[in-house]
Write a protein that binds this ligand. Sequence first.
Ligand SMILES: NC(=O)c1ccc[n+]([C@@H]2O[C@H](COP(=O)([O-])OP(=O)(O)OC[C@H]3O[C@@H](n4cnc5c(N)ncnc54)[C@H](OP(=O)(O)O)[C@@H]3O)[C@@H](O)[C@H]2O)c1
Length: 252
Amino acid sequence: MKGKHIVITGASAGIGEALVRELSNAGAKITLVARRADRLHALAAQLPGETNVLPKDLSDGDTSWLAEAEAALGPIDVLINNAGLQTIGRTQDMDLDKAEQLLRVNLHTPLRLIHAVLPQMTEHGGTIVNISSLAALAPPAGMLWYNASKAGLAAASESLQGELLHSKVHVLTVYPGVIGDTDMGHYGLDSYDDSWSVRIQPRATAAQLAAEIHRSMKNKRARLVYPKANNITRWLPAPTRWLMDRLTPPVR
Ligand SMILES: NC(=O)c1ccc[n+]([C@@H]2O[C@H](COP(=O)([O-])OP(=O)(O)OC[C@H]3O[C@@H](n4cnc5c(N)ncnc54)[C@H](OP(=O)(O)O)[C@@H]3O)[C@@H](O)[C@H]2O)c1
């Protein structure tokens, strides 16, 4: 990672913040992107390496800011599509404006960012990391738009990995399960009735996930399911669905 320029979206909190700390400590130069400028600047001030703060709302599909990132820290070696929104509730009650904003942040903008960085990366090499979700493999009830966005991102990411298998570009798809110490993690856990089936789910922290993502980047892995016990959902999709239909508690 030493000297590499890494762009991390959703860098102001949670998993993105943990990735910023992990990769900056490994010697990378980091462009931090999210809406909350104050949090980005406060985080950047704590980092050992070079940084560039770009406060952006990623719901408009604009990618022109990548040029600003390159002007500040040089060609982009790694793009991490991490920014994300989640809405949980009854499908018929969803606010469509919010739902479509979610699709743009979670799916549309990441695909546009991939499109924008690929010409340079296919020539000089690079890494694209897409933070999907376990919800792409095992979609829980009550997350219609989120599940669609994450399954879409995972499918796109897996197909890109195949397309670029023999190229200079490494593509990593990440399927986090319950990362309980982030805002989204709390929201997810608090949105369902308390139940033993939720309580026994494997959990990890954002820092643990960031360390595993770093390891998977170094080892050029195609995908990371974390906590690792969740790999069972990849190998046994039908029993997973059967269990989820019976054990998922009602949305509050
Ligand atoms: N936590 C979990 O259990 C879990 C599980 C599976 C997958 N994931 C995925 O992991 C990623 C990070 O989740 P997290 O748990 O770290 O969530 P989080 O703590 O809520 O952080 C979300 C990040 O996304 C940024 N973001 C949201 N909307 C944005 C927008 N319109 N423009 C720019 N940035 C925006 C937020 O920054 P600003 O608010 O400052 O813009 C924040 O930095 C997401 O893609 C999520 O779907 C999380």
